[in-house]
Design a protein around this ligand. Structure first.
Ligand code: PHE
Length: 391
């Protein structure tokens, strides 16, 4: 070899050193190198768009749980770090966000989504990669059927549909025998809940006198509402999300339609009353939790959450908190944080004392829990009753 070294040799040495450095520093380049002193978890949710409160509330609930576990020393000495991605309420974005969490950030588990349609987009990615996913709040039965890595800490829509039907038929406030239904036809949640409500309402001796559809984001509901008005229902079942529901309520009132609306947990948002205002007074929806629950468990949570986030928690905040805490408990017990070991521990969750009730995971990885019915009064939800499963 000549001395001084030729440009060729100099370049080669630089290239080999750079290669070595890259291999060492990025652990094989399949993702970010894990820090052995922390546990990374992911959350995907709609932080923007017409369901923005869904993602924001859930994230705030999760953050409170993360803060608490870290203040208590973490999980077996490791601190928890949360990575959140905004899926903008879009199925393709949801899939991309979960792929990134699982393959790049190498999270130990994923929390999310709220909307069943978006959980159905993210769940297959978790399942294929063997990473456990817990949806705090997706109620469509299909979500956990994606596979043995997919869990939920909320009830499912066959129960929620029957809760709404029972309340419509039997409560003194409604005593409905004729129902009209207005469904978001592109939403798996809305379509599924509508089917369950209809089945249960008919089984209880009621009849469905009009079935209309819309698509999320529609601005004009007058054709559907006019058809509903002429069918003279006692109640109108609207299993949609809060932005559309608020607009539907406003337009129904404008058409002189004073029939009470009834819906499911998709109404749950502080924005519902802001959008629908007085038009929603006397309308009802089923949900996972009531802020007026006097139990210490709930009131304690409200106090801690409001101190941190400067707002009162909705049902999604409570479910996000419960989902994260159930995950942390399972992580604490698991043999390792590998997907199979963690999923095995999640499946063993029994009688967990959650803000949204006592949570046990059943053989299908769903939670069996009571539901509450809330009534809108002066743009605020007020507790009406609790309906237990199996009644
Ligand atoms: N259950 C709804 C769904 O499956 C999501 C939701 C839950 C929205 C709770 C608000 C409150 O799509």
């Amino acid at each position: 070899m000549n001395y001084p070294p030729t440009a060729f040799w100099r370049r080669s040495v630089v290239a080999i050193c750079a290669g070595l450095w890259l291999t060492i520093s990025c652990g094989g380049c399949n993702g970010t190198k894990a820090d052995p002193t922390e546990i990374v978890i992911g959350h995907y949710g709609s932080m923007t768009g017409s369901e923005a409160t869904f993602g924001a509330s859930t994230d705030n609930g999760i953050k409170l749980a993360v803060e608490e576990i870290n203040a208590a020393g973490g999980i077996n000495g490791k601190k928890v770090r949360l990575i959140t991605y905004d899926d903008k309420g879009d199925a393709r974005e949801a899939g991309t966000a979960v792929t990134r969490l699982v393959t790049k950030d190498r999270v130990a588990a994923v929390l999310g989504e709220v909307a069943s349609g978006l959980s159905l987009a993210g769940a297959p990615v978790c399942q294929e990669n063997g990473v456990p996913m817990i949806t705090p709040s997706s109620t469509n039965p299909k979500v956990t059927k994606v596979g043995d890595m997919i869990f939920r800490v909320c009830f499912i829509d066959p129960f929620q549909g029957s809760v709404c039907a029972k309340f419509a038929r039997e409560s003194e406030k409604l005593k409905a025998s004729k129902a009209a239904i207005l469904t978001d036809q592109a939403s798996p949640y809305s379509v599924g809940l509508q089917e369950e409500f209809e089945k249960a309402f008919i089984a209880l001796g009621g009849s469905v006198v009009s079935k209309q559809t819309y698509q999320a984001g529609d601005q004009d509901f007058s054709a559907q509402l006019t058809a509903i008005r002429s069918s003279e229902p006692d109640v109108i079942f609207v299993p949609g999300y809060y932005t559309d529901v608020g607009n539907i309520a406003l337009q129904a009132k404008k058409l002189g339609l004073n029939t009470p609306l009834l819906g499911g947990d998709g109404w749950d948002s502080s924005k519902l009353g802001e959008i629908g205002g007085k038009a929603l007074d006397g309308c009802f929806y089923s949900n996972h939790y009531s802020q007026q629950d006097p139990s210490e468990r709930v009131q304690d949570f409200i106090k801690k959450y409001s101190a941190k986030h400067k707002e009162t928690p909705d049902g999604l905040a409570a479910l996000g908190y419960d989902a994260a805490r159930i995950l942390f408990e399972a992580m604490g017990r698991a043999k390792s944080l590998g997907g199979a070991d963690l999923a095995a521990e999640l499946a063993k969750t029994k009688d967990f004392d959650g803000v949204t009730g006592r949570i046990s995971i059943d053989a299908d990885r769903n939670a069996v829990k009571p539901a509450v019915i809330l009534e809108m009064k002066n743009s605020q939800p007020e507790f009406v009753t609790t309906i237990q499963p199996g009644t």
